[in-house]
Design a protein around this ligand. Structure first.
Ligand code: F6P
Length: 325
């Protein structure tokens, strides 16, 4: 390996910048050149790349988002798009790639490196959703969960003052990881998750019970991937059954993706970026670097992509209703 290209792709996540910084500095320390590729695979196709030096990543540890920008790139899914991307990075002399993103990013990376095996590829799990096999945590999950907690604590203040019931939707795509952690942290009265179906009757009985137990406010966290029904319909249906609470809906949306990365995500980004470059140097390719049991672990991209059984913590699932009585 002599020249590494680094890119971020898919949804941005806090912690991507610390990871980019670690990739750049680890590579330079080891005598390699580094090229920053703008807007993910789009920059490979459009030849939008620039040489990165040690100072190009100064003072970015604390920045949310990604200095390399990101995109979801459809042309990269075509053979023509991939060929153009390949020609462009070959012309730059790039022989190793670090791709930071989620499963869509890894699917593209794996196809690309299978088609062009002379380019080594290492993936870094970067998504707030925490839904990748091979790493207990993904970059951005901790910060996003903290952002959600901060927002819900504020909602609790007003909910409590008005004796209201709030339905709060949080991100996560098909994963309930943010919802579960935030729910336990904020003492949500109920947490609706894609991984666990909740019957409407049970939800209503649980909320009525809260009122009987003199709860002055209630918060129901709804993961965006939950299948009980859309949050507005859900709130309407519950309002028909529960009249003593005024019901409000808040969709937190993209604010969950922004903000300065937490200490955890800064360290995780640094560890994974450092590990990704060392993996390339030691001849690895088509692998994802992850953190399991507080140790760096390499998982073949093919294996990471074939498992969709990322599990929520069973003890949290067990306690979520009990702690909210
Ligand atoms: O994958 C990260 C994520 O924020 C998901 O939680 C959410 O479903 C999706 O991206 C939103 O995507 P976009 O920013 O393209 O609307």
């Amino acid at each position: 390996i002599s020249k590494i290209g680094v890119l971020t792709s898919g949804g941005d996540a806090p912690g991507m910048n610390p990871c980019i910084r670690a990739v750049v500095r680890t590579a330079i320390f080891n005598g390699l050149q580094v090229v920053g590729i703008k807007q993910g695979y789009k920059g490979m196709i459009e030849n939008d790349m620039y040489e990165m030096g040690t100072r190009s990543v100064s003072n970015i540890l604390n920045l949310g988002g990604t200095i390399l920008k990101t995109a979801r790139c459809l042309p990269f899914r075509t053979d023509e798009g991939m060929e153009t991307a390949y020609q462009n990075i070959k012309a730059q002399g790039i022989d190793g790639l670090v791709v930071i993103g989620g499963d869509g990013t890894f699917t593209g990376a794996l196809r690309f490196s299978q088609k062009y095996p002379d380019i080594s590829v290492i993936g870094v799990p970067g998504t707030i959703d925490n839904d990748l096999y091979g790493s207990t945590y993904t970059l951005g999950f901790d910060t996003a969960t903290n952002t959600v907690i901060e927002a819900i604590d504020k909602i609790r203040d007003t909910a409590d003052s008005h004796d209201r019931l709030f339905f709060v939707e949080v991100m996560g795509r098909d994963s309930g990881a943010i919802a579960l952690r935030a729910g336990i942290s904020c003492g949500a009265e109920a947490i609706l998750l894609p991984e666990k179906s909740t019957a409407m009757e049970d939800l209503i009985a649980h909320l009525k019970n809260g009122a009987i137990n003199k709860k002055s406010s209630s918060i129901v966290i709804v993961a965006e991937g939950d299948k009980t029904g859309g949050i507005y319909d859900l709130a309407k249906a519950v309002q028909q059954e529960i009249t003593h609470y005024d019901i409000k809906v808040t969709v937190l949306g993209h604010l969950q993706r922004g903000g300065a990365p937490s200490s955890f995500d800064r360290v995780l980004g640094s560890r994974l970026g450092f590990a990704a470059v060392n993996a390339l140097i030691s001849g690895q390719s088509q692998k994802m670097v992850g953190l399991e049991a507080n140790h760096i672990k390499l998982t073949p991209l093919e294996e990471a992509l074939s498992h969709h059984d990322f599990k929520l913590e069973s003890d949290l699932l067990q306690m979520m209703d009990i702690l909210a009585i």
